[in-house]
Design a protein around this ligand. Sequence first.
Ligand SMILES: Cc1cc2nc3c(=O)[nH]c(=O)nc-3n(C[C@H](O)[C@H](O)[C@H](O)COP(=O)(O)OP(=O)(O)OC[C@H]3O[C@@H](n4cnc5c(N)ncnc54)[C@H](O)[C@@H]3O)c2cc1C
Length: 439
Amino acid sequence: MGRQIYDVIVTGAGPSGMMAAISASSEGANVLLLEKNPSPGKKLLLTGHGRCNITNIRIMDNFRETYHENARFLTSALHAFSPEDVRAFFASIGIPTHEEDAGRIFPDSQKASDVCRALEDAVRKNGIELLMESPVTSVSPAKDPSGDLWCVKTNDSEYTGRSVVIASGGKSFPHTGSTGDGYRIAEDLDHEITPIRPALAPLFLASFSDPMTDRCEDCGAEFTLAGVTLPDVGTALSVDGKTVARSRGDLLFTHQGVSGPSAMSLSRYLPTDTGKYPEGKVRLIVDLLPDISEEEVGKNLLSAMTDNPNRHMKRLLCETFHFQEKIALLLLGETMDLSANQVTKKMRNQITEKIKRCSFDIEKCTPLDMAYVTAGGVSVRQIDPKTMGSKVKEGLFFCGEVIDIDGVSGGYNLQNAWSTGRAAGLAAASFSRREERRE
Ligand SMILES: Cc1cc2nc3c(=O)[nH]c(=O)nc-3n(C[C@H](O)[C@H](O)[C@H](O)COP(=O)(O)OP(=O)(O)OC[C@H]3O[C@@H](n4cnc5c(N)ncnc54)[C@H](O)[C@@H]3O)c2cc1C
C-alpha cells in the first residue's frame, strides 16, 4: 500500500486549528489534525470563565486599539470571515449565540464545553482525521519525486502533506497545551519571532500591605482591598514617568494586585525586565471618575464639605461619589478620622488628586504562564494577510495566537483564531489542489 499523502496537515486542535481543518475539508481537502493533548480545545474550555466569549460584533469600533500595532494585518481575514459570519457558522453547527454588553457574543447555552463539542463534532462529520496525544516535534520540507511535500513528525510517527497549517497557539496557560512549540517550529523554518510577552495578565502591585491593607477606623482591624471591584474606571500605565498605555473598564483588586479588563489590557506594555522593578519605575494610575474633570471633582468635594461640615470624611466621600467604604478609606489616608471642617485646603486638593490619579507601584512583570494571551509571535511581515501563507516557505500556513497578533478582552482573541483559521484552511486546501495538479 502506498504512503498516504494528506492535502493539509494541521498542528494543534485549538479553536484556530479546528477552524482551519473544517475550512480546508469543506473545500474537499483530506485533512489530518494533530493534537498533543488527549482532547481538543483545552484552552477553549476555559474561555469567558467557562461561558466562551466567542466574538464581538463591535469589532470595527476601535479596531486599531483592539488589535494594537498589527491590527492592519487582520483587516482582510476579518472582512472575509467577520463576527457575523462566525455567528452564522456556529448557528450552522448547532450553537446559536446572543449579544451581551459591549457587543460581546456568547453561546445561548452559556457553555464553552458546548462550543468545543460542536467544533469537534464538525471536525469528525467532515471526515477529518483527528489524532490525539500526537505532539508535533518537527515540520520540514521533504523533496519527493511526486512534488514538494512536507514531513510532519510526532514523537512516534511521521506524516506527509502537501501543506501544513501551524495552529499551536501561544505560550501562556501552558497546562492547556500551548507551550510555544509553534515558535520553535517556525524559527527552524527561517521565520522571525517577535519577542514573546504576557498580554491580558493581572498586575502585581508592590508593597501590597501598604496601601492595599489598611486599618478599619471603627474596630482598628486591618482590612484588605482584595475582592473590591471598581466598575468602569480609567487606568494608565506609566513607565519612568511616561504614560505608555491607557484603558478603561472594570478593575478588581486581588490578593496579589489587580485584575479585570482595564488592568489586564495594560499588561502587554509592561517592561519585560526580570526581577523586581526599581521603586516608582512602573506605576498603575487609576482614575476613579473618568467622566468628570479634576476641576469638577474638586468643586463637588468642596460643596459637599461646605454643606456638611460635621460629616465624617469617609461617609461624605461615599455619599458624594458613591465610592465603596474601602475605597474611601484608601483615598483618605491620614484624613481618614477627620470630619469635613477639620480638613485643610491642601488635604482636600490631595484627596481630589487621588480620586483622579490614584497610583500604585507595580512590582514586576507578570509571568507569561499567567497571561490569558501571548503577545508577540511569528512576524506578520512574513505572512500573507489574505491567505495566512508564509512568505518564506511555500505551502506553510499559520493561524491563531502563534501569529504576532493579540487583542484586548471581549471576544477579540477568539475572533482572531476563527478568521485566521478560516483563511489558512481555505488557502491551504487551494494550495494543495494546485500541487496535486502539478504531480
Ligand atoms: C482563561 C482564559 C480565558 C480566555 N477567554 C477568552 C474569551 O472569552 N474570548 C476570547 O476571545 N479569548 C479568550 N481567551 C484567549 C483565547 O482562548 C485564545 O486566544 C485562543 O484559544 C487561541 O486559539 P489558538 O487555536 O490559536 O491556540 P490554543 O487555544 O492555544 O490552541 C492550540 C492547540 O495546539 C495544541 N498544540 C500545541 N503545541 C502542539 C504540538 N507541538 N503538537 C500538537 N498540538 C499542539 C495545544 O495543545 C492546543 O490544543 C482566553 C484565554 C484564557 C487562558
